[in-house]
Write a protein that binds this ligand. Structure first.
Ligand code: ACO
Length: 368
């Protein structure tokens, strides 16, 4: 009862602050207050209600790359596990990929765009530096009630966006949130640099978050950052530190630069650490995991980490061979595929782990 009164008071103060005449709240139903944007009196469970994914049509194989740079299919497959990746068309941008994935996720969840309260797009390759790609997606979907913003946490972006979106639903600021992980790294890749151009691909994945239940809900997140590693993976030019100039473009500083071996060591260490940490937060063990989805950057990173965690291969979702590293999109694309193929079933304990530029990392444990 006190909580409901507090909610009403908070709404009253909010509208007064906005200079609006305060409207008395007619209903005493807390769920109704929550859907109007008030904080709930308690955190409620949150689940993934539907997933969608989209990859561009164009396939770029290792044989194609052999024609472009000094590399071989054998080198790429043995060092990375990647056989092919998808590349966006010239006129395809992050919002186009996001829209296709979002529509599929909404359909799967049985949610109409007009029911969305918030859209979060995790990306480092938005359509433009601003406005937010999320706003472009919001308009294109016709989600007229939804707020929208982008989130930047490198390849960990989707996990951070899940944490933010599920928290918003959990405390009742929102009822229905669309989270998109999308990247079009082909547009910021130096296609003359063999050490990076063989790794990346384009794609998008989306998840609709709704109030959950006992057997279908997020359990815990583990999020982290070590900005001491910021220089290991970056685009030097194009921001406020070094705006784009002719000299910067001539030096190729508008493209991804990466110290691969350092990122590799970090990735293996952090997948193990974040997985153990997120499981410890909910009192579970690695043997409890039914399905494990790590950021799809390199098969050797995944294999080294899961060997250290002692996870059997049948519980580990892998699709890096077909899509390469799609950055923020890799985890939702892999989740969607695994669910569709029956590798993830309702009630399963699923652990997802991301890592990337920042350096950043994040893990989530959830009952599917
Ligand atoms: N084809 C042929 N030879 C190559 C290629 C290529 N495409 N790329 C590099 N080489 C050469 C190098 O020049 C080097 O030659 P050298 O010994 O004569 O100098 C040799 O191969 C070995 O290079 P390494 O960098 O030591 O190779 P490594 O086994 O470490 O593999 C790789 C490189 C695949 C990049 C690996 O370090 C890696 O996967 N790192 C992590 C990358 C990653 O996950 N990044 C993304 C995280 S965040 C995000 O998703 C944006």
């Amino acid at each position: 009862m006190r909580g409901k009164q507090a909610n009403k008071q908070a709404m009253k103060q909010g509208s007064e602050l906005a200079g609006l005449e305060s409207q008395p709240i007619e209903t005493s139903d807390e769920a109704s207050l929550v859907s109007k944007g008030c904080f709930s009196t308690s955190v409620r469970p949150v689940r993934v209600a539907g997933l969608g994914a989209y990859v561009p049509e164009k396939v770029l194989t290792n044989a194609d790359l052999e024609q472009m740079v000094d590399t071989t299919d054998e080198w790429i497959v043995t060092r990375t596990g990647i056989r092919e990746r998808r590349i966006a068309a010239e006129n395809e941008a992050a919002s186009d990929l996001s829209l296709a994935a979002a529509r599929r996720a909404l359909e799967k969840a049985g949610v109409s765009p007009s029911s969305l309260d918030m859209i979060i797009v995790a990306t480092v390759t938005g359509d433009m530096p601003f406005p937010a790609t999320a706003s472009i997606v919001q308009h294109a979907l016709g989600a007229e009630r939804a707020g929208a913003f982008d989130l930047s946490a490198g390849c960990t972006g989707f996990i951070y966006a899940l944490a933010v979106g599920s928290s918003m639903v959990g405390v009742g600021v929102c009822d229905t949130v669309l989270v998109v992980g999308v990247d079009v790294l082909s547009k910021i890749t130096n296609w003359k640099d063999r050490s990076t151009c063989v790794l990346f691909g384009d794609g998008a994945g989306a998840a609709v978050l709704k109030p959950g239940g006992e057997h279908s809900r997020f359990l815990a997140f583990d999020l982290g950052s070590d900005g001491g590693g910021a220089d290991l993976l970056k685009i030097p030019a194009g921001g406020s530190r070094k705006p784009i100039t002719v000299e910067a473009v001539q030096a190729g500083e508008q493209y991804i630069q990466m110290c691969g071996s350092e990122v590799f060591k970090f990735a293996v260490r952090i997948i193990v650490q974040a997985t153990q940490s997120v499981l410890a937060k909910c009192g579970l063990k690695t043997t409890d995991i039914d399905a494990f989805v790590a950021h799809q950057a390199n098969i050797r990173i995944i294999e080294s980490a899961v060997a250290r965690l002692g996870l059997p291969p049948e519980k580990v979702v892998v699709n890096v061979d077909r899509y390469g590293n799609t950055s923020s999109a890799s985890i939702p694309i892999a989740l969607e595929e695994a669910e569709r193929e029956g590798k993830i079933r309702p009630g399963d304990l699923v652990v997802v782990v991301g890592f990337g530029a920042g350096l950043s990392w994040g893990a989530a444990a959830l009952y599917w």
